[in-house]
Ligand binder design. Structure first.
Ligand code: SF4
Ligand code: SF4
Length: 69
């Protein structure tokens, strides 16, 4: 059995509400909250691609992935 799970951790203190992460997420996992910061709208759809973590200019997103065989 191969299980993959990914956790997205968003540090709202560092987020400057630029919108890059939820604009580029290919799986629409992230969406803009009422405060302009991202929230996890659809966390189970995350593919673990890492784009959000890579592209956030303020290092406010951390992707934690786990893979088990
Ligand atoms: S890319 Fe980073 S700074 Fe920009 S909205 Fe997303 S979490 Fe906030
Ligand atoms: S790792 Fe990829 S699929 Fe998951 S939230 Fe970030 S950009 Fe979206």
């Amino acid at each position: 059995m191969n299980i993959k799970s990914h956790s997205i951790i968003i540090n709202h203190k560092w987020c400057k509400q630029c919108g890059i992460c939820f604009s580029l997420c290919p799986k629409n996992v992230l969406a803009m909250g009422e405060d302009g910061r991202p929230y996890l709208k659809n966390p189970t759809a995350c593919s673990g691609c890492g784009l959000c973590e890579l592209r956030c200019p303020d290092f406010a997103i951390t992707l934690e992935g786990a893979e088990h065989d």
